[in-house]
Design a binder for this molecule. Structure first.
Ligand code: FMN
Length: 319
């Protein structure tokens, strides 16, 4: 998928058809505008535009032959000191707000990051609906590879609904154990899923599933008794949806942490959803959609006493 993305470049096909019209001479009809009476010719918009579609030759204007690749990211409108730019579908009144004056410094940021842990033990206490909405709202500030309008979230703030899904997820995992232990099935899973997913399943999920940790019983080893879960999903053929989904999940976890809530990404839930119509129904994931990641959320039962210092990655310095 990543290779395909590179080959296709930065031009989501859907945007051509949905957002732009072509006239009878096969020219794209201009949709974006610059109010020349307000424009001070500072050219900041030309510098920040990721697609280089704003040009300057005497006056600032959108290059007609390139305008169809506008991503509607709003960078030009966000930087314009005089609000001279109009991007189709965006307005200064509704889609922008002022930049807050206080900014987190590096130490504050690192303290925030280092105090986050994956939380898997929760108090028997519901999370406010409003807070869940605010957590989900954090994804609107996430970077995206393409087509953010294709990304969808299901917010399940009801433990009973989550519990109704657990036996189905558990059966999915039992089935996975049987398949991994069967050399023929295992061979085909590897062929279809690819090396990365196959190794994740075989070396990580299979041993845990085999140990019985995911079986329904006293302890919920799947969603860990969490009162809430957010499922990130998208049309299965949407550009960059897997990468977008993982970035969104990260934002959701960090937003939960900012409220003092605990969160954990749980990959086995979307894996099961993608194999079950019933789970898609329960979590309101449209049938044609692919679930990418889930994040369980709740009030943490315990407080950690210390931060772990980790260096799990390798750095190659190239100078
Ligand atoms: C892509 C991804 C998938 C994950 N899947 C699961 C999961 O299925 N179940 C779970 O309990 N934790 C899951 N985690 C959480 C990791 O186990 C956790 O981040 C890791 O152990 C490091 O611990 P920390 O987050 O507390 O620093 C996942 C994390 C990521 C990034």
């Amino acid at each position: 998928m990543h290779t395909l993305w590179k080959l296709c470049g930065y031009l989501p096909e859907r945007m051509h058809s949905a957002e732009f019209q072509i006239d009878d001479k096969h020219n794209y009809i201009m949709k974006n505008s610059i109010d020349i009476s307000l424009c001070k010719n500072c050219r900041l918009c030309t510098e920040v535009c990721p697609c280089n579609i704003i040009e300057h030759n005497g006056t600032i204007h959108f290059a007609p032959e390139k305008e169809h690749i506008c991503q509607h990211c709003g960078q030009c409108m966000a930087i314009c000191p005089t609000k001279a730019i109009g991007i189709k579908g965006l307005s200064y009144e509704n889609d922008f707000s002022d930049i807050p004056s206080d900014r987190l410094d590096y130490n504050g940021f690192m303290d925030f990051l280092s105090t986050r842990r994956s939380i898997r033990t929760f108090k028997d206490q519901a999370v406010d609906d409003e807070i869940m909405d605010q957590i989900a709202d954090s994804v609107s500030y996430a970077p995206y590879g393409a087509s953010p309008e294709m990304m969808e979230l299901s917010i399940i703030n009801n433990r009973n609904i989550i519990e109704s899904a657990l036996p189905i997820i558990s059966r999915f995992l039992d089935d996975l154990v049987q398949k991994i232990e069967n050399p023929v099935a295992s061979f085909f899973i590897r062929r279809v899923a690819g090396k990365e997913d196959f190794h994740t399943v075989k070396n990580h999920i299979y041993p845990i599933a085999k140990s019985g940790n995911y079986k329904p019983g006293k302890r919920d080893g799947i969603t860990r008794g969490a009162p809430s879960i957010i499922i990130i999903h998208s049309a299965a053929d949407a550009e960059a949806h897997t990468s977008n989904g993982l970035v969104y999940a990260t934002y959701i976890m960090l937003a939960a942490h900012s409220f003092g809530l605990g969160a954990t990404m749980v990959q086995i839930v979307p894996a099961a959803i993608n194999q079950s119509k019933k789970l898609k129904e329960i979590f309101k994931v449209p049938e044609e959609n692919e679930a990418i990641m889930s994040v369980i959320i709740g009030h943490p039962k315990h407080r950690y006493q210390r931060i772990i210092k980790r260096k799990t990655h390798t750095i190659h310095k190239v100078q």
